[in-house]
Design a protein around this ligand. Structure first.
Ligand SMILES: Nc1ncnc2c1ncn2[C@@H]1O[C@H](COP(=O)(O)OP(=O)(O)O)[C@@H](O)[C@H]1O
Ligand SMILES: [Mg+2]
Length: 261
């Protein structure tokens, strides 16, 4: 396997007596896409929240490109290059598309507080570059014509794309997508697959949290399967798909049975 850019060891989080995530080991190979799948309630979103610094782990470690991120707050994790989108987008409905993407950029600005307040040249140059990147990202997502529109006026499929742009403006080393296909129609899912494939082709490392098995099979270089907070499989898609425990846990039936889900 390619060298890992994100290495997760023994990641655990309980809520009272419930072990939502229990001793999970994950590796996202550099420039590849790892899909984390599992039935509802398996612990996928909790894992993303732990990785993003939104939740503190009860145990375990998270390292990005050799740098220990364990226990850092969310803005520092994002600033370090581990960036996520939210499953239920948190967009500002009354702000424009462009403004929503620029909001995402704040964790990245390197010029200091006074430089920003006084609007010194270094700050203005950085602001200009960020704005250009935002417009470029919107263009790549087919949203160039919508940059000035209020987010609340746009159809759901476009809003989901804005979430991706808002994450990418941080220039992540690893992008975490939490159920990006949820609520999309089949045409939009095809666009998403093409877009995510193109990101990976450019060298971005991706952790895809996804419930939709068809999507995962088409995109993943590697698949990890969670069930009741524990990993029950981790490997190449073809291999994982045929694992008995995965078929039972994830598809809710025994291998070879033709019963409907
Ligand atoms: N903040 C929380 N407090 C208590 N229980 C939680 C919390 N967040 C998630 N859980 C529980 O942890 C388990 C895993 O949830 P989650 O990570 O959302 O699963 P998934 O994203 O795989 O559907 C579920 O049983 C869920 O009810
Ligand atoms: Mg979830």
């Amino acid at each position: 396997m390619a060298e890992a850019i994100l290495t997760v060891r023994g990641l655990s989080r309980h809520f009272g007596g419930l072990q939502a995530v229990n001793g999970v080991n994950l590796e996202v190979p550099r420039g590849k896409l790892l899909a984390l799948i599992g039935p509802n309630g398996a612990g996928k979103s909790t894992t993303v929240n732990l990785l993003a610094g939104v939740l503190e782990p009860t145990a375990g470690s998270i390292a990005l490109d050799g740098r220990d991120l364990t226990g850092l707050p969310a803005h520092r994790v994002a600033g370090a290059g581990l960036v996520r989108t939210f499953q239920n987008g948190r967009l500002f409905k009354r702000l424009s598309v462009l403004e929503n993407v620029l909001v995402g950029a704040h964790a990245r600005h390197t010029t200091g507080f006074w430089s920003a307040v006084l609007r010194l040249p270094a700050f203005r140059a950085e602001e200009r570059a960020t704005r250009e990147l935002a417009l470029e990202l919107l263009d790549g997502l087919g949203l160039a014509g919508d940059a000035g529109r209020e987010v609340g006026e746009l159809p759901y499929g476009k809003q989901r794309k804005i979430e991706i742009a808002r994450a990418l403006i941080l220039k992540p080393q690893v992008l975490m997508l939490d159920e990006p296909a949820a609520g999309l129609n089949s045409g939009e899912v095809e666009e998403l697959i093409a877009y995510v494939s193109a990101l990976r082709a450019k060298g971005l490392s991706i952790l895809l949290i996804e419930h939709n098995m068809g999507l995962v099979m088409r995109l993943a270089d590697r698949i990890a399967v969670l069930n009741f907070g524990q990993l029950i499989a981790d490997g190449e898609p073809a291999q994982v798909r045929n694992t008995e425990a995965v078929i039972e846990a994830y598809l809710g039936r025994k291998k070879g049975s033709h019963a409907a889900r």
